[in-house]
Ligand binder design. Structure first.
Ligand code: UDP
Ligand code: MG
Length: 153
């Protein structure tokens, strides 16, 4: 395996969960060849979500964003593999679904920027921070999928 192995934090937002899109979003990462390291269904309280989005706290949309993210269940996940952070953003599409190409998660399944169904880390450092914010160390599973022998040269 390449030395650019990374972990990224991907989270199905409440609209994605309510619309039954957890399997669809997981499928995109699985079929690409990434390894699932952690996943759980949970309801996050407002404080937890505000901390997750703390970089955006001066933005006008911050209160509405945090309210929506804390009012329904979310499905946080960790996916691992070569270049996983950047590739995860590519699988997601643009922040604005209307600017996202068909074939991407946001391009295929949503319309409004405020209901864009899925979060993905924007860098290796933010991924580390987000994984630590949403998961305990014991929830991160260390395993070697046998299929990796057919995914990596
Ligand atoms: N968001 C919004 N209005 C905006 C910009 C962002 O409601 O004008 C929401 C949207 O759900 C987005 C989240 O805030 O996914 C975080 O914004 P960011 O710029 O980090 O976009 P992302 O990294 O999710 O693509
Ligand atoms: Mg972001």
């Amino acid at each position: 395996m390449s030395d650019k192995t990374e972990r990224t934090f991907i989270m199905v937002k409440p609209d994605g969960v309510e619309r039954g899109l957890i399997p669809e979003i997981m499928k995109r990462f699985q079929r690409k060849g990434y390894k699932l390291v952690a996943a759980k269904l949970m309801k996050a309280d407002l404080d937890h979500v505000q901390e997750h989005y703390s970089d955006l706290k001066t933005k006008k949309f911050f209160p509405g964003l945090c309210k929506y993210m804390s009012e329904g269940p979310v499905f946080p996940m960790v996916w691992e593999g070569t270049d996983a952070v950047k590739q995860g953003r590519i699988l997601l599409g643009e922040t604005d679904p209307l600017k996202s190409l068909p074939g991407t998660i946001r391009g295929d399944f949503c319309i409004n920027i405020g209901r864009n169904i899925c979060h993905g880390s924007d860098g290796v450092d933010s991924a580390k921070k987000e994984i630590g914010h949403w998961f305990n160390k014991t929830e991160l599973t260390d395993w070697k999928p046998t299929e990796n022998a057919w995914i990596y040269e």
